[in-house]
Design a binder for this molecule. Structure first.
Ligand code: URA
Length: 435
């Protein structure tokens, strides 16, 4: 088999066999197939799509590119969650410790930022010392010890996804249903959890722009995940505006800590409680979502979710002083408030543009090797539907560089629309798939 034949076959719109997919993914993971051929293949998949059978084979090839964890000797049920990507989405940092504090082990494989969306690995790495490259043995022993693990793809866990994910990020091949579905499910299979809650986003700040497209992605993943022997359900949630107020790595960690201390934005808290509740339902810990929300809220109120988060940070080498006193987290030297230009209702705030403003500031990647600046970001002070008073803070920018700040500022000004007509806030969730 030759990589060029597989690229051309997909370029011409033909279905690849399981052997061809396996050969390509193994070859790329092992370094026998170079980035330029993998990029061409990704673009061919992006443009031509894949059948459900191909998506399944690609998922399995990604999962098998490293160790596939068997967690059955750790706990009968281990739960995981995954977001399809959003702006200001720090839900894992709250929902995972909440669920673990309810007594359900959480073993999570996560990723870095993709395009204008943030990634949990990048956020957690703003805590000095925090390791996101755990070995399979470390994953299992930490899960057995404290009931919670959040790690990234590594040389031994879903290494194919680690490489493909970074390449997609810089080759315009992120927003493809087969590539998203296989990337997410491949990681989830490798991570070993038997119950998986998918938070599939829809809107300007994510890769699926319509509820129909998000539903199609969610249904595909739920179907495949179940076929592959996992309990899976999905929520379709809104991502037309950033979730919470903070966008940017360290700022988001701080906001998640606030929610764990019963503070922070109400949309974020509610979103985290619903996600946690659905994880508890999947794990069989509660009978329904309402009971789950109640149990989840209790772990925040009694401090047990916070203690789980702190234990997670300590177990993965993070310096807990930085979460005990979040003011110590990386801080950008330039903090500038952008005031609202007029009175009116906030009618729209384009989440993708807010995400791109954070990339402009250095909080995301333009090239694969780009380092991330954890300290930069944006605070958005209003939500869609709010009355905005002229001259009050609309955004606060955290920057390390004046030129970058100007670029982000121009983008942010264009990202929001303020007008005289009231608008209803969008819902947090549209529907649930696979109840
Ligand atoms: N999250 C992933 O893990 N992969 C994607 O492709 C998109 C979101």
């Amino acid at each position: 088999m030759r990589p060029i034949d597989i690229i051309e076959k997909k370029r011409d719109g033909n279905e690849l066999t399981a052997e061809e997919i396996e050969f390509f993914i193994q070859g790329y993971t092992q370094g026998d197939i170079p980035d330029y051929q993998a990029a061409a293949w990704l673009m061919a998949v992006y443009l031509r799509g894949m059948s459900e059978r191909e998506i399944r084979d690609l998922t399995l090839a990604i999962a098998r590119s490293g160790t596939m964890l068997d967690l059955s000797d750790v706990a009968p049920i281990v739960v995981d969650k995954h977001s399809s990507g959003g702006v200001g989405d720090k839900v894992t940092l709250v929902a995972a410790p909440v669920v673990a504090a309810c007594g359900v082990p959480v073993g999570k494989m996560t990723g870095r930022g993709l395009g204008f969306t943030g990634g949990t690995v990048d956020k957690l790495e703003s805590i000095p010392g925090f390791r996101t490259d755990l070995s399979p043995q470390e994953f299992k022993s930490q899960l057995a010890r404290i009931g919670i693990v959040i790690t990234g793809q590594s040389a031994s866990l879903a290494p194919a996804d680690r490489k493909l994910y970074a390449l997609r990020d810089v080759t315009g091949t992120v927003s493809s249903l087969p590539l998203i579905a296989s990337s997410i499910l491949g990681k989830k299979l490798a991570g070993g959890a038997n119950a998986i809650l998918l938070d599939v986003k829809v809107g300007s700040g994510t890769f699926m722009k319509t509820v129909d497209d998000a539903t199609c992605l969610a249904e595909t993943m739920v179907r495949l995940g179940r076929e592959l022997g996992r309990r899976v359900s999905a929520l379709i949630s809104d991502m037309n505006q950033p979730l919470g107020w903070a966008v940017g790595n360290a700022l988001e960690v701080q906001e998640a800590i606030n929610v764990l201390h019963e503070d922070g934005p109400s949309d974020l808290r509610e979103h985290c409680l619903v996600v946690a509740a659905e994880m508890l339902v999947l794990a069989g810990r509660v009978a329904d979502s309402a009971e789950g929300v109640e149990m989840a809220a209790q772990t925040i109120a009694d401090g047990s979710a916070w203690h789980k988060f702190r234990a997670l940070v300590a177990a993965q080498g993070g310096d807990v002083r930085f979460v005990d006193e979040p003011d110590r987290l990386p801080r950008a030297p330039i903090v500038e408030v952008l005031p609202a230009p007029a009175d009116g209702y906030l009618q729209k705030i384009d989440a993708a543009q807010v995400g791109m403003a954070v990339v402009d500031l250095g909080g995301g990647r333009e090239k694969k090797e780009d380092p991330i600046d954890h300290s930069v970001g944006v605070i958005v002070h209003y939500k869609v539907g709010d009355w905005v008073q002229s001259g009050t803070p609309l955004y606060t920018l955290h920057a390390n560089d004046r030129t970058r700040l100007e670029q982000a500022r121009a983008r942010l000004v264009a990202a929001c629309t303020i007008g005289p007509e009231p608008v209803s806030p969008p819902p947090l969730f549209y529907k649930k798939i696979g109840a």
